[in-house]
Design a protein around this ligand. Sequence first.
Ligand code: T3D
Length: 257
Amino acid sequence: MSIIFTIENGVGKITLNRPEVLNSFNREMALAFQSAMRECISNQVVRAVLITGSGRAFCAGQDLAEAIDPAGPPMDSIVREHYNPIIRLIREIEKPVVCAVNGVAAGAGANIALACDITIAAASSSFIQAFSKIGLIPDSGGTFFLPRLVGFQRATALMMLGDKVKAADAVALGMIYKVCDDENLNAESVKLAETLAMMPTRGLGLTKKALNLSLFNNLDDQLDVEEKLQTQAGQSYDYREGVNAFLEKRQPIFKGE
Ligand code: T3D
């Protein structure tokens, strides 16, 4: 099984599972990942998503043996059919997506981690824009997210030089949210995803929508977006529950509706 997909406590957990090749993506894994993400979108039980890897790596990007295999998927279809849909699904799902980077994240693996909503990493993990070393350009949204996260100069240098960025440095650069001890990553990331899953996830989904649009909008347009989405959030069950629970001095029970 190239991925392991489970649903527990409101969290759809996708574990990349080709540890012998550092969870690099072949076509089967890319399509299985997309299918799990689609299940997370349509299944109302899933209120948050957690992405991680098995073994010592998070993901080493494209499986290079498959990429040069004449019987493998044609070069031009790899980005179009594998990585672009994955990044679109991560950004389009109106539920929080947590990424737990458990080891090296290289190439498309690094950029998938950067496209997630909240990325935490084990202290021993690292991020490498490995593309330049083999004559490719960064894909999987890397040229979109990395300059926005760390600034144009740093992104350019990281992409051209392919330097390895340690997890703690990735936090300092603003690439990811948080680093934690290796042995705590699984527990911390599950706890984070489960916490999000219990929150007013309709509102979190709308927050994500607003953030996506903020990447393109000017202030005036963004204020309009906030007005529209706040109106939707204000009509949600969770908003009423949150306010009632506050006034009644009790814990709210949110439904994601
Ligand atoms: O058409 C297209 O290809 C477009 C799509 C592009 C998307 C991309 O992601 S391009 C970038 C592809 N990825 C890379 O270039 C990274 C290649 N891997 C590495 O540079 C290193 O493996 C790492 C820095 C990630 C980790 O190094 P290290 O020393 O910890 O491990 P290792 O010994 O290099 O790898 C362990 C095994 O995994 C090894 O196999 P073996 O010798 O034990 O049988 C190695 O060949 C295999 N492996 C690692 N990465 C890949 C891989 N096998 C296939 N594809 C890989 N990407």
